[in-house]
Design a protein around this ligand. Structure first.
Ligand code: DAK
Length: 258
């Protein structure tokens, strides 16, 4: 598959997707989002790939949805075609883990895509924000919801209502970002994390993702029940026998993904 707006590379068990529209700071146009969805689907279908890394350029992870594409849109069109919904949902529907490696601007839809990923590793230069209010709209792909869950009401209100940007340090303190790394180490560090995740049992890794995400959907008692059922199910895997045997025999486990 050849892409126009993204670059795709498979490195060992990791799928690397790079947003690539440098002339507009990786503005997330419909075609780019389609390509992103296709690449993620291919990664899901490729049993050799265990984890994905999503990154942009040094200056911008993504500066948001494409304002030029949206500007003339009228309400009835947006509503009837369920404007820019389907493509975007493919990111949050992905079952394998995705690491967002963010350098530079992650604004509007860019911040929202990063939040749809499973963890965010930020370069020191990263800047997050939901500046939709400054262009006469509100966040539309989870900015008021995922951001609020990640950093709390007061800070989410601050960002969404004023449109101000948040630097990497503040984003880490607030709980949006898992780690901050020097700019020139971003890809290396994101890959180290991705390779570590990819070295474990794929079904177990996917169960962990599903179980953590469940915490955002259901009350604690249901979340705990869900986790317990998956925990018990993990005893049906050869990988559980192998992982525990390897620990007791003081050797590295050889996971087979079943
Ligand atoms: N769209 C289109 N073009 C963009 C863009 C964007 N979001 N951001 C930047 N560009 C273009 C600029 O127009 C400029 O193009 P030329 O003038 O060179 O042709 C080029 O990229 C370089 O940008 P600047 O000259 O502005 O660069 P600066 O370094 O001066 O400023 C900046 C960088 C990131 C601060 C600035 O570009 C900026 O403020 N950009 C817009 C940020 C923004 O407002 N983002 C939110 C967009 S709304 C939904 C899904 C998603 C969404 C909604 C619903 N559903 C699933 C329902 C998302 C909505 C949004 O993201």
């Amino acid at each position: 598959m050849t892409y126009k707006f993204i670059l795709f590379e498979k490195i060992d068990k990791v799928g690397l997707i790079t947003l690539h529209r440098p002339e507009v700071l990786n503005a997330l146009g419909e075609s780019l989002i389609d390509e992103l969805g296709t690449a993620l689907k291919d990664c899901e279908n490729d049993s050799d790939i265990h984890c994905m890394v999503l990154m942009g350029s040094e200056k911008a992870f993504a500066a948001g949805a494409d304002i030029k594409e949206m500007q003339a849109k009228i309400y009835s069109e947006a509503y009837l075609e369920d404007f820019i919904t389907k493509g975007w949902e493919k990111v949050s529907a992905c079952r394998k883990p995705i690491i967002a490696a963010v350098s530079g601007y992650a604004l509007g839809g860019g911040c929202e895509i990063a939040m749809m990923c499973d963890l965010i590793i930020a370069a020191e230069s990263a800047k997050f924000g939901q500046p939709e209010v400054t262009i006469g709209i509100l966040p539309g792909a989870g900015g008021t919801q995922r951001l609020t869950r990640a950093i709390g009401k007061s800070k989410a209100m601050d960002l969404c209502l004023t449109g101000r940007l948040m630097e990497a340090q503040e984003a880490e303190r607030a709980g949006l970002v898992a780690r901050i790394v020097p700019d020139n180490k971003l890809k290396e560090e994101a890959f180290a994390v991705a390779h570590k995740i990819a070295s474990y049992s794929l079904p177990v890794v996917m169960m962990i993702k599903e179980s953590v995400n469940r915490a955002f959907e259901v009350p604690l008692s249901e979340g705990l029940r869900f986790e317990r059922r998956l925990f018990q199910a993990s005893f049906s895997l050869d990988d559980q026998k192998e992982g525990m045997a390897a620990f007791l025999e003081k050797r590295t486990p050889k996971f087979k993904g079943k």
